[in-house]
Design a protein around this ligand. Structure first.
Ligand code: SF4
Length: 352
């Protein structure tokens, strides 16, 4: 059985779509909003039109893992919490520097076709998360927006055990999908890949403006939002570009944590060196100058900029080494608000 045949076997009717005339379907799960004729598939290749009904991935996972929440990365959501991460196959982007290309590009690139799948049921995944002691179930590894119905089914089961839902996403979201997942997802990480529309289209296959609009919508809907930028030499590390990017994030909210992570050559982008620590530090300075209160550097443990400091008094609140929490002195109020343990300034995030 080919991978495409397997994908068709593991499918269920979509909730995020509208029917069009002549058995056409418009998918609403991401900002591409593909119009799909009968027998066709969307850009992501995993949502397809079966006689006027959109069918979507269901009943399988490509893999799962138990990770600290810092690895996703979320730094302002229950530091040190364990996550149960699961993924499917496919993506609505085609980034040449993808770090999960075996699962994300499995249907697009024959070199990735080893991405295997195993049958799964939402209740069983939730039970596994509970047995492991996970605080979050995380839809990740591939793009969760394109498998939104499945992730919500898993999150509904997980919520029965008090486990919260999380998205690790490229942020190419529609308003419809955000409204659909909001009751089930508490925290949302967006990969903001570049601030150049030309590069977004060329490398990822999507429009920058749609990602920016989604970031505003995610924030406005009250998800706890953190943003990551993989800093790639010669691609997105120009000073002006980083200034524009940081100014945009600060314009949405200065409280949004911005993670700047180091690139290492991978997949189809092996023509350049890894990001230098100096470049990361330069980007961090730019973020702080634009008013962002929490700017972290990642993939370079021990640099000292992975700790959460109080923006009011400067006291170290959460000390990290890699994915380990060495100290956490955020005070948590009865209502779950985070406060600096020293000066009681509000520290935004999900702390309880
Ligand atoms: S999830 Fe996005 S890419 Fe996939 S079919 Fe729907 S609109 Fe198209």
């Amino acid at each position: 059985m080919t991978l495409e045949e397997k994908i068709h076997e593991y499918s269920a009717p979509a909730e995020l779509f509208e029917r069009l005339k002549d058995d056409g379907a418009r998918c609403l799960a991401c900002a591409h909003k593909c119009v799909i004729p009968p027998g066709g598939a969307g850009i992501c290749k995993v949502r397809f039109n079966n006689s006027g009904i959109l069918k979507v991935p269901w009943g399988y996972i490509s893999g799962y893992g138990l990770d600290p929440i810092e690895k996703k990365p979320f730094f302002h959501a229950l530091p040190g919490a364990l996550t149960f991460s699961f993924g499917m196959l496919g993506c609505n982007f085609k980034c040449s520097f993808c770090q999960n290309y075996l699962s994300s590009q499995a249907l697009r690139d024959p070199a990735c076709s080893e991405g295997g799948i195993q049958p799964a049921a939402p209740g069983k995944l939730a039970e596994a998360a509970r047995e492991a002691g996970a605080a979050f179930a995380v839809s990740t590894y591939n793009e969760p927006l394109i498998t939104a119905e499945w992730s919500v089914a898993v999150f509904k089961e997980a919520r029965k055990y008090g486990i919260r839902g999380a998205y690790v996403s490229n942020g190419y979201a529609s308003a419809e999908v955000l409204d659909y997942i909001r009751p089930h997802v508490d925290i949302y990480k967006v990969d903001l890949k570049t601030f150049s529309d030309e590069n977004y289209i060329k490398v990822a296959g999507g429009k920058l403006s749609n990602v920016l609009k989604a970031i505003e919508m995610i924030h406005a809907r009250g998800f706890w939002l953190e943003i990551v930028t993989l800093l790639i030499p010669g691609f997105n590390d120009g000073e002006k570009e980083l200034e524009s990017l940081a100014a945009f994030v600060a314009g949405v909210s200065k409280d949004i944590p911005w993670h700047i992570t180091a690139f290492y050559p991978t997949y189809n982008m092996t023509d350049r060196e890894a990001t230098s620590p100096e470049t990361l530090l330069k980007a961090r300075d730019i973020g702080l100058k634009k008013g962002l209160k929490y700017v972290y550097t990642g993939n370079t443990p021990g640099q000292g900029f992975e700790d959460t400091l109080c923006p009011s008094c400067g006291k170290g609140l959460v000390t990290r080494r890699g994915f380990k929490i060495l100290n956490n002195s955020v005070k948590v109020t009865k209502k779950g608000k985070g406060l600096c343990g020293n000066c009681s300034a509000a520290i935004p995030g999900l702390w309880k």
